[in-house]
Design a protein around this ligand. Sequence first.
Ligand code: NAD
Length: 468
Amino acid sequence: MNTCQDLLSAITDPSGREILDPATGEVVGRAHESTTAELDAAVAAARAAQPDWAGLGHARRSECLHKAADAVEAHAEALAELLSREQGKPIKNGPNAAFEVGGCVAWLRASADFPLEPEVLVDDEFGHAEMHYVPLGVVGAIGPWNWPMMITVWQVASSLRMGNTVVVKPSEYTPLSVLGLVHVLNQALPADVLHVVPGGGEVGKALSSHEGVDKIMFTGSTRTGQAIMRSAADGLARLTLELGGNDAGVVLPDVDPRAIAGDLFWGAFINTGQTCAALKRLYVHEDVYDAVCEALVDVARQMPMGNGREEQNVLGPLQNRQQYDIVAGLVEDARNGGGRVLIGGDPQEDQPGYFYPTTLVADLPNDNPLVTQEQFGPALPIVKYSDVEDAIAMANGLDVGLGASVWSSDTENAMAVAQRLEAGTVWINKHGGVDPRIPFGGIKKSGFGLEFGVEGLKSVAASKVISR
Ligand code: NAD
């Protein structure tokens, strides 16, 4: 199998739901909707396969994950095209579909290679105690539509590496990407260790309340995370919740605006702003405010948006109508609230596809909805401050805390501010970017539990003390 069309033929259900290309409105394929009986069967098969999978041991499971990474590499072009056609992101330019597929390979390999030895807790005249990490059993992985392949791999790779088996429930907006990915992964994995149950929120609810599931890895909105906590309560399934954010960036007065503008731009507009840990609110000191605004507008002008299969485009459409309407409504609120639109803000409704132009809005008060709500799209509010204490207070003033960033030419100043920002990750002179070796997770209502690194492996393990 080599082409996207081959992949689609393998995963499409002729009587399934039509999935449309967000750039053109054309049908990409048809996705199956799982029934309760199919979900039960997937969980039962995953449970039956788990002891043998765990029994293979770390080294053999690690080999399987490297083979799975090889399979993704061998199908990289087909997967990237499928992802671009369903999710909308450009295939090759910018942080794009090929980048996302490459991320899948990197995470599979990194997860395969993490060491996970027992930890000696006590070793003295009073005794010897060790912490061992053992699999939990069956993991249910529920994901969103913005980075559907990469986020699935984040959830799946660590879970499998630890010796769990997995049932994946993809977003109803991007089921084909995940069906295609799982189809490829399963060419390298033993039977039944990885299942996929496409469908809507009701399938996610059934998975998170299923008595055969020991752990839910969820990435999505805060509202759904709260619903999942309720569903998982009876079975006491463990939870990792990677939820919504509204990341702040604080630009200190000592920056060179032209030097940081490119990184600021991509920090905010990666994946057309549809990224949980993208820059969503920018606080800029009054001394450099106008210069930062101008530099950002200049960068934005050079970033073509359009169909992701056309070579020149670096930004794609919003993935769905609902998201488009949210962004358009919030920019309207910003205009009505006194915001000065520097670029964008005027969608061309007569074109096919959910294209909302790259939009920068200056001079907004901090309580405008474009600032306080997670717009999850290509619209960045830029708020002016004169005292860094106010900037820190505004940045910390919301009930979410996924990422944040500080921008300064002085590392010590930046560190001092970084330590006071309330977020799971604070970046300095960049925003976003994850690394399989560095744990990632939110605080406040952005969720709890960590992914990646050895900490990520521990989050899909039960800890067991052996003491003598
Ligand atoms: P969403 O919460 O609407 O949906 C996510 C998934 O949950 C989908 O698969 C959906 O079918 C399922 N679901 C819906 N109702 C459910 C229920 N009652 N029980 C179980 N599952 C249910 O989120 P979305 O719109 O797909 O994604 C966007 C959101 O995800 C944004 O808020 C974004 O910030 C967040 N996100 C967070 C991270 C992170 O790492 N923190 C990463 C990506 C996206």
